[in-house]
Design a protein around this ligand. Structure first.
Ligand code: SF4
Ligand code: SF4
Length: 159
């Protein structure tokens, strides 16, 4: 009885192996039908879906200027406290008047659900969702980012 069951199991395993090898052999000769992406080998040719969202970034132009006024609308719109806007007051050189400005845009990538609500809430289009997705780090603190670049300032005319 034991021997009969053993032979049956071996036969089943061989049959299963042959089925798998048949499928492997098929794709070996039909490359165009393979839909599995060989990541990370395909990094250079990887095409992400248009709506894929990887992280929030602040848009800076070639003059290192952005459109963030520090209004905190994005912070208020975020459902899970991913954003913290720290503001400061800049003094206008001509008028001497103080004006609120962004000091640090703190973004906790590890908390972000990529819901896009902050981007939709921003009245000046200062932030957007980027498609970068390779966010693995050994140190969790590296996921806390400052989105305004060092030395950047608000673009003239943005209120
Ligand atoms: S995408 Fe959503 S979760 Fe992420 S920072 Fe914006 S509002 Fe918050
Ligand atoms: S990114 Fe937009 S919504 Fe957020 S503080 Fe700056 S201007 Fe306001």
């Amino acid at each position: 009885m034991f021997l009969k069951q053993y032979i049956k199991d071996v036969w089943g395993a061989m049959k299963s192996l042959a089925t798998g090898m048949k499928r492997t052999g098929y794709y070996f000769t039909h490359h165009k039908e393979i839909i599995t992406e060989q990541y990370p080998d395909n990094r250079d040719t990887l095409v992400l879906p248009e709506r894929f969202k990887g992280e929030v970034v602040m848009i800076h132009d070639e003059n290192n200027e952005h459109a963030c006024t520090g209004c905190t609308a994005c912070e208020l719109a975020c459902p899970n406290a991913t954003i913290k806007i720290i503001t400061k007051f800049d003094v206008d050189a001509e008028t001497g008047k103080k004006k609120k400005a962004i000091d640090t845009f703190v973004y906790h990538l590890e908390l972000c659900t990529m819901c896009n609500l902050c981007v939709e809430a921003c009245p000046t289009g200062a932030i957007k969702m980027a498609q970068t997705f390779e966010h693995s780090v050994f140190d969790r603190s590296k996921l806390t980012k400052t989105l305004n670049q060092p030395g950047s300032k608000i673009r003239e005319g943005v209120e």
